[in-house]
Design a protein around this ligand. Structure first.
Ligand code: DC
Length: 220
């Protein structure tokens, strides 16, 4: 039985879900659950094992060997892969790309959805991902579909990389974002889509503060 207050935020890559969800969690004193990080930890395990992204059979077999769990240290989510804190390895393009393939495999989803539901059962959570409002927490108290145009998302990513001292290529970034959208929206199992009862928030012309305010007002 669900006793926690659950906020579900879904949307495409680069829409700002994690930044927004983290802020809302802090503001409302809820726990932030980053489900993308769990899929990334599974992808890291598969990459380390040398499994090919397109080998769904081996992915289905190998995912049973990966023990993924979550801890909170100083309020931050720490993902443990067979006991190892792997947070530092999750945010690379290689891991993100593998995650996009491996997250399409039903055995991977089953395992991680179970963990996500357990986390949301007892605690007040803000959970972000692709299928939270549609599959993981269909009874969430508040559901948001957070999106932004591909060009806005590409520009944000471009500026982030510039700030890191890299020399990014804007049109390549936009191309990658569109490929990732296509893959996440067209897979057979739990594709990214807006739940019927989710509120659409398009952040293309909104500041972070405005988006946070809009979503917290939905929770009040
Ligand atoms: O949000 P992210 O970039 O960290 O997600 C990485 C990949 O994991 C993304 O390609 C889609 C997948 N994912 C998913 O299928 N379901 C979720 N609830 C979260 C992420």
């Amino acid at each position: 039985m669900r006793t926690g207050y659950n906020v579900a935020i879904d949307g495409p890559a680069g829409a700002g879900k994690s930044t927004i969800a983290r802020r809302i969690a802090k503001k409302m004193n809820f726990i932030y659950v980053d489900t993308g990080a769990m899929y990334r930890a599974m992808a890291l395990y598969l990459l380390r094992k040398g499994v090919a992204p397109t080998d769904a059979g081996r992915i289905a077999d190998a995912c049973g060997e990966a023990d993924i769990s979550i801890e909170y240290r100083d309020g931050e989510q720490v993902v443990l892969l067979n006991g190892e804190n792997v947070n530092a390895y999750l945010r690379t393009e290689e891991v993100g790309s593998m995650a996009s393939y491996s997250s399409a495999v039903p055995e991977v989803r089953e395992k991680l959805v179970e963990l996500q539901r357990k986390l949301a059962e007892k605690a007040d959570v803000v959970m972000d991902g692709r299928d939270i409002g549609t599959v993981v927490l269909p009874d969430a108290n508040v559901k948001v579909y957070l999106t932004a145009s591909a060009s806005t998302r590409a520009k944000r990513r471009y500026l982030e990389l510039l700030e890191k001292g890299e020399t990014p290529n804007l049109s390549q970034i936009e191309q990658k974002i569109m490929e990732r959208d296509y893959q996440d929206m067209h897979r057979e199992h739990s594709p990214l889509c807006q739940a019927e009862d989710a509120v659409l928030v398009d952040s293309s012309d909104m500041t972070i503060d405005e988006v946070v305010e809009r979503i917290t007002s939905l929770c009040r």
